[in-house]
Design a binder for this molecule. Structure first.
Ligand SMILES: C[S@@+](CC[C@H](N)C(=O)[O-])C[C@H]1O[C@@H](n2cnc3c(N)ncnc32)[C@H](O)[C@@H]1O
Length: 266
């Protein structure tokens, strides 16, 4: 899943199946359940079906536990890690140093606005929300610091065309697995057009630990979990350079590792 999740390649069959999104690591899910033999050679992202993904998320409760796949306890450590990561970025920034709020941020694939509430609204004057599922954005509507709400998938969000931004920070977490590789590169290229000078695109996602170093398709929410190598390749294709990256510490054992990447145009 695109949420915290158990590793596909470490699943302990005696363990009860955790609920969806927060994803486990690949060790658990992959081999048997995730890649049917008939489809084993297809690129994992070719199996992404946006309708199925949205149906899945629409059927998920609008709570932290819902958007984190049944691992709400991960939220605290995640937000703390993100806050530290961002603080370090700002300490080495000439354009957006600490001490002053960022002008505008975007929470992309925002779910119920967990990150907006826990982090982004504290560091930015206004946070725009991009999230296709309306029952999720209903939970964040009207909250302090929340600006525009766009109920679309990232593949269909065109802030450049619609005259939005500029954004000092575009945060993408546990959601870019919902896009195909081509869609993700296109999307990141569009984000460059609405990023302020010195601003950052942050991608924070699970990493595939597939034993052959492959991305893993998850039929539950119709998403892919990518390898670190694949992420870096796609960032490069989008014309982005990696300015900082960190592994999230303190994730419960058995879940996929989670890595944050801070990106800027090359
Ligand atoms: C695991 S939740 C993460 C939510 C939020 N980023 C967080 O960390 O709390 C994944 C979110 O991605 C959203 N999503 C599904 N398809 C998407 C798409 N094509 N573009 C953007 N978001 C999508 C889901 O509706 C859901 O809110």
């Amino acid at each position: 899943m695109s949420s915290p999740k158990r590793k596909s390649y470490e699943l302990d069959s005696a363990e009860p199946e955790p609920s969806k999104k927060t994803k486990l690591s690949s060790d658990e899910e992959s081999e048997a359940s995730e890649i049917p033999i008939s489809n084993a050679s297809a690129a994992p992202d070719s199996r992404i079906d946006h309708k199925a993904a949205i149906a899945y998320w629409q059927g998920t409760e609008a709570t932290v536990s819902g958007v984190l796949g049944g691992f709400p306890e991960v939220s605290r450590v995640d937000i703390q890690g993100s806050s530290n990561f961002l603080a370090k970025l700002r300490r080495s920034s000439k354009r957006h140093p600490p001490g002053k709020k960022l002008r505008r941020a975007a929470d992309c694939g925002a779910g119920i606005g967990r990150i907006t509430e826990g982090l982004l609204s504290q560091v930015a004057e206004v946070v725009d929300i991009v999230e296709p599922v309306e029952s999720f954005t209903d939970a964040v509507k009207g909250k302090p610091g929340v600006g525009e709400i766009f109920n679309v998938g990232l593949e269909a969000w065109h802030p450049d065309r619609d005259g939005l931004g500029p954004y000092d920070l575009i945060w993408n977490q546990w959601c870019v697995g919902q896009l195909t590789d081509v869609q993700l590169v296109d999307y990141l290229q569009r984000m460059v057009l609405v990023l302020s000078e010195g601003g950052w695109i942050v991608v924070k996602e699970n990493l595939s630990n597939h034993n052959l170093g492959e991305d893993v398709f998850d039929s539950e929410d119709s998403s892919v979990t990518r390898t670190d190598t694949k992420f870096r390749e796609l960032f490069g294709k989008a014309g982005l350079k990696l300015v900082s990256t960190e592994l999230q510490r303190g994730m419960p054992k058995g879940l996929y590792p989670v890595r944050a990447y801070a990106l800027q145009p090359r």
